[in-house]
Design a protein around this ligand. Structure first.
Ligand code: F6P
Length: 387
């Protein structure tokens, strides 16, 4: 007969008639059962990080991995499976995530919606049912907030910081970011040639709703003339003045990189939802269409919009991200071995380390107005749309 017992955080299955219960053996007790999930938007480096956690764990201790499907969806719905060691090989260079992902906004996690589901209670009971010693979450800000909530609810959680937005507090860098910078820079490079051929203003919109790191890095790396960030509401007059100055200086084209969440000084007075409504009413799908239309009206210059969108998150990770993800993953295994839970892995002043989850989940990392790259941009004549 099969018994199903819940012993603190361990669920055990064993045959009552057998003399020795293998799960009572010393080896079994030392064995760690790790649940792993990837949540939020995907990015290059997720599989490399999963591999890093797994390989370093197999090296360090006796371990069993449970792959949880599609982030917190799988944890809520109990969609998971035991993974074999071989599944963690051959995935270093693979984009996306072998576990699947989904968005489950943190703000709704504690809300009982129409389906009457208590998501937090389900996540906790599924953790118990799987008999986990630890849950590893790979994700961005929202993922960290839910991970911290679960940690405060008593689960053993280790997080890893991924996002092309690079906006997780307490880490110098997140994995996925530099690959996205490489892709975005390639877009800016390629747009230069067509901008020059046609003598146009090109507005390139890059991902980043609240944080402009990707736009700032790709803008400087790609030699953009104007860089517009969500952290620095722009003045349209200043943008127009920079374009006109380039014409006076006999430049044939102007390249503008704008973060998807950037807005002008007028829109700065609005709330986020009002800004979306403002653009919608004017029939502009995004900020770059609004900006391009204003530029054309005010300068008469032919202006085009380019939006690489999810292309920025696609494909294989760069060597930098493969290294970073592997370092983050292997460090997570060390934390698990030591039983140091409630932590998120981080790069702090160039060194792999960790921060308390509650600190990482407490705020986001934005581009400061006095960041050295803004100063550098100013020094070389890049406009940030400021007066
Ligand atoms: O958080 C990463 C990110 O790529 C943001 O830059 C972007 O605003 C968002 O995800 C897009 O989300 P989705 O993939 O759900 O459209």
């Amino acid at each position: 007969m099969l018994f199903f017992l819940i012993d603190k955080q361990k669920t055990k299955h064993y045959n009552k008639n057998s003399e020795v219960n293998p799960e009572e053996s010393e080896a079994y007790k030392l064995r760690r059962k790790i649940g792993i999930l990837t949540a939020g938007g995907d990015c290059p480096g997720l599989n490399a990080a999963i591999r890093g956690v797994a390989k370093a764990s197999y090296e360090r201790f006796d371990v069993e991995f449970i792959g949880i499907a599609d982030g917190y969806r799988g944890l809520i719905e109990g969609d998971y499976r035991t993974m074999g060691q071989s599944e963690f090989s051959g995935i270093l260079t693979l984009g996306g995530t072998i576990l699947g992902t989904s968005r489950r906004p943190y703000r709704n996690m504690q809300v009982i919606e129409e389906d009457n589901v208590d998501k937090v209670a389900l996540m906790k009971s599924n953790y118990m049912r799987m008999g986990l010693d630890c849950l590893v979450t790979l994700g961005g800000n929202g993922t960290h907030k839910t991970a911290n909530l679960l940690s405060e609810e008593g689960l053993n959680v280790i997080a890893l910081p991924k996002t092309i937005d690079n906006d997780i507090y307490g880490t110098d860098v997140t994995f996925g970011f530099h690959t996205a910078v490489d892709i975005a820079t390639d877009v800016v490079d390629r747009i230069h040639t067509t901008a020059n051929s046609h003598g146009r203003v090109m507005v390139i919109e890059l991902m980043g709703n609240k944080a402009g790191w990707l736009t700032l890095y790709a803008g400087i790396a790609g030699g953009a003339d104007i860089i517009l960030l969500p952290e620095m509401p722009y003045s349209l007059d200043s943008v127009i003045a920079s374009i006109e100055k380039r014409i006076e200086n006999r430049h044939r084209f102007t390249i503008i990189v704008v973060a998807e969440g950037a807005y002008d000084k007028t829109m700065a007075k609005m709330k986020n939802k009002e800004r979306i409504q403002f653009l919608k009413e004017k029939n502009f799908p995004t900020i770059s269409y609004y900006l391009a239309s204003e530029i054309e009206q005010k300068t008469g210059l032919e202006t085009r919009v380019v939006i690489p969108g999810h292309y920025l998150r696609g494909g294989n990770p760069s060597p930098y991200d493969r290294v970073l993800s592997t370092q983050f993953g292997s460090y997570a295994a060390r934390l698990i071995e030591k039983g140091q839970y409630g932590q998120t892995v981080a790069m702090v002043n160039g060194k792999i380390s960790s921060n308390p989850l509650k600190v990482a989940a407490s705020q986001s990392k934005f581009v400061p107005k006095d960041h050295q790259m803004i100063k550098c941009g100013n020094d070389i004549g890049v406009s940030f749309g400021q007066e």
